[in-house]
Design a protein around this ligand. Structure first.
Ligand SMILES: [Zn+2]
Length: 298
């Protein structure tokens, strides 16, 4: 997961900035022994992402409210695909933005901000999360912010600020995934860093089938890039989406620097391990009810 959308999210955006302490409530704080300062408890680095998902070690809930996707495969507006030097990022403009509701998100709605990808030098290590010890060729992150906040920037450091839906992509052969081709073929137009192209607005249909699976893994974790705030409700589908090796290879041609000497070869954060005294609960959430009529079709 990359915040990615704001140049201000740099190493200077320390989680423990003194001004954060001024307005914080004392009884919500815990001493961070490493930092020797007080910070709000949830901001301590305890539940960092990514993690390895294990079905048997997850807490199974069979009666979750369905997770609803609204508008993600609609047409209309403008859709841009950008090389920001770290990944390829998709955004919608001039349309009502898609949103998530239900599932682990309680009563809140989470508005689509952007979707981006992680990959590596080969087809066997390009995802951030692992499932049953297995890695996949790529991982896509659909980043949403809580509608109670104005935008990603305001939401990214709030405990209930973000919801990220993660999808695994597996390169299996040389048969292209025709739905994914709307994005993978556009990558050739954004090989230069900071370049942008436009793509068809219905360019997310390749996630539709997996997104309507009734089972997914969910946990409270963090951004996987700076500033690593623990503000993310992760929702991860373990069923990989099959694409071709060539479709994945396009992403490795993207440049990471203006001099065009360097490609984005790998943009994956390693697996993070919670402190031994902190139990990270991962839920395997299922619903026996279908999403409400029209969900995912809005
Ligand atoms: Zn990401």
């Amino acid at each position: 997961m990359t915040g990615g959308s704001s140049p201000s999210l740099t190493k200077n955006s320390c989680l423990c900035e003194p001004e954060e302490d001024v307005n914080a409530v004392n009884n919500d704080k815990t001493v961070d022994e490493d930092a020797h300062i007080q910070v709000e408890d949830w901001r301590l680095h305890k539940f960092q992402s990514p993690i390895e998902l294990t079905h048997d070690e997850s807490i199974h809930h069979d009666h979750f409210e369905p997770l609803e996707f609204h508008g993600h495969w609609d047409e209309g507006g403008d859709t841009t695909f950008t090389n920001n030097g770290f990944t390829a990022t998709l955004r919608f403009q001039n349309r009502e933005l898609p949103f998530l509701r239900g599932g682990p998100l309680h009563e809140d709605e989470y508005v689509f901000d952007q979707l981006h990808f992680h990959w590596s030098e080969d087809d066997h290590s390009g995802c951030e999360h692992l499932f049953e010890g297995r890695a996949f060729s790529m991982e896509a992150h659909a980043v949403h912010f809580n509608k109670k906040y104005a935008d990603f920037q305001e939401a990214h450091d709030k405990q209930d600020g973000l919801a990220v839906v993660g999808f695994f992509l597996q390169a299996t052969d040389n048969i292209d995934n025709p739905c994914f081709d709307k994005l993978s073929s556009a990558v050739v137009d954004i090989e230069k860093v900071n370049s942008t192209t436009t793509v068809q607005s219905d360019c997310l249909t390749w996630i539709k089938e997996v997104a309507q699976c009734k089972g997914y893994y969910t946990y409270q974790g963090s951004l996987t890039t700076e500033p690593y705030t623990e503000s993310v409700t992760w929702i991860l589908y373990s069923t990989p989406i099959h694409v071709s090796r060539e479709q994945v290879a396009h992403f490795r041609n993207m440049k990471s620097t203006p001099c065009e000497q360097h490609n984005i070869k790998k943009n994956v954060r390693p697996i993070q391990t919670p402190p031994t005294h902190k139990k990270l609960n991962v839920l395997y959430a299922r619903s026996h009810r279908s999403s409400s009529p029209g969900a995912g079709e809005k």
